[in-house]
Ligand binder design. Structure first.
Ligand code: HEM
Length: 282
C-alpha cells in the first residue's frame, strides 16, 4: 500500500522570516552588549569585553544593532501596510479582524481554556495566532517605543538636553536599562519556552526559519485555522508536497539551538548577578 505523501503549507513568507532573522541577530547582540555594559564590573561581562575588543567596541556594536532595530521596525510597517492592502479590508476591518493580530475576547477565552487544559481539560480550538504570539508581536511596538526612545536620548545626550532638563538623562538610563532587563528576561524565558522549549516543540520549532509546516501539524496545533482554510477551499490551493530542504532544516536547527542556548546562558548570568547584588546590598 502506498503511503500518502506529507503535505505542507506556508506559515511565514520569506519577507517575514527575514524580518525575524534581523530581530534575532540585533536583539541578541543588543542584549549581550547592553548587559555587559550594565554589569561591567562582573567577571562574565569583562570576559565578553575581552573577546570582542573592549567596552568601546561593545558600545559601537550596541549602536549598530540599534540602527538595525529601527530598520526592522520600518520593514514591519511595510509588512503591515502590504498585508492590509492584500486583505482588501477597510483599515478598521483589518485592525480588528477577529483572526488578526490584535488581542480580542476569543484570546481571553483561549487563555482561560489553556490553563484549564493544563489541568486535564481539552486543548483550545486555537486559530492562526494564539494569544501569547499576539503578545510577543505587540512587544515589538512598546519595546521599541520605550527602549528605542530612551536609547536615542543616551546616544544623543547633547541634542536631547537642548529640549529636556539634564536630569531626564538619568531617568532615560533607568528606563532603558530596566526595560531592557525586562525585555531580555521575557524573550529568553517566556518567549523561548512558548515557542521552543515546551514539551510539544522541544528543543526547537524551526518554522520561523524554514517557513512551512505540515498539514497534520497545522490541524493539530491550529484547528480553527485548519477548518477555516478547508471551508474556504484555500487549503487545497496553498498546500504543497515541497518539504523544507534538508540543508535549511539543518541550518535552522543549529542556528536556533545556538540562539536559545546563548539567550539562556545570558539570563542565568543576569539572575546570578542580581542575586549577588541583593545579597551584597548593592
Ligand atoms: C533599539 C534601540 C536602542 C538604542 C538606540 C540603544 C542605545 C543605547 C545607548 C546609546 C546606550 C549607552 C551605551 C554606552 O554606555 O556606551 C545603551 C545602553 C544599554 N542598552 Fe541599549 N539601545 C537600544 C536597544 C537595547 C536593547 C534591545 C537592549 C536589551 C534588550 C538594550 C540594553 C541596554 C543596556 C542593559 C544598557 C546599559 C545601561 C546601563 O548602563 O545601565 N538596549 N543603549
Amino acid at each position: 500500500m502506498s503511503k500518502t505523501p506529507t503535505m505542507y503549507v506556508e506559515r511565514f513568507s520569506v519577507f517575514q522570516r527575514f524580518i525575524h532573522l534581523l530581530i534575532i541577530l540585533s536583539f541578541l547582540t543588543l542584549a549581550i552588549t547592553g548587559m555587559a555594559l550594565k554589569f561591567a564590573m562582573e567577571g562574565w561581562a569583562a570576559m565578553i569585553a575581552d573577546w570582542s575588543g573592549g567596552f568601546a567596541v561593545l558600545g559601537a556594536l550596541h549602536r549598530f544593532c540599534a540602527v538595525i532595530t529601527f530598520f526592522y521596525f520600518f520593514l514591519t510597517m511595510i509588512l503591515l501596510y502590504t498585508s492590509w492592502k492584500d486583505s482588501g479590508k477597510s483599515l478598521f476591518g483589518f485592525i480588528f479582524d477577529p483572526e488578526g493580530l490584535v488581542p480580542n475576547l476569543t484570546d481571553l477565552k483561549e487563555m482561560i481554556g489553556t490553563f484549564k487544559w493544563f489541568f486535564g481539560g481539552k486543548r483550545p480550538y486555537y486559530g492562526r495566532w494564539i494569544y501569547w504570539e499576539k503578545f510577543d508581536f505587540m512587544a515589538v511596538f512598546w519595546g521599541i517605543a520605550v527602549i528605542g526612545s530612551s536609547g536615542l536620548a543616551l546616544w544623543f545626550p547633547v541634542q536631547f538636553s537642548k529640549y529636556f532638563p539634564g536630569y531626564w538623562l538619568n531617568i532615560a538610563t533607568i528606563i532603558h536599562s530596566d526595560e531592557a532587563l525586562l525585555a531580555a528576561g521575557f524573550i529568553f524565558t517566556i518567549h523561548f519556552y512558548n515557542t521552543h522549549l515546551r514539551p510539544e516543540k522541544f528543543p526547537l520549532d524551526p518554522v520561523i526559519f524554514v517557513g512551512s509546516i505540515s498539514i497534520d501539524e497545522l490541524k493539530h496545533e491550529r484547528p480553527r485555522e485548519y477548518d477555516q482554510l478547508v471551508a474556504s477551499g484555500e487549503l487545497d490551493k496553498m498546500s504543497t508536497r515541497r518539504a523544507p530542504t534538508a540543508w535549511l532544516a539543518r541550518m535552522a536547527t543549529v542556528f536556533g539551538i545556538f540562539v536559545v542556548t546563548t539567550g539562556s546562558i545570558l539570563v542565568v548570568s543576569i539572575i546570578i548577578t542580581m542575586f549577588k547584588y541583593i545579597q551584597g546590598g548593592h
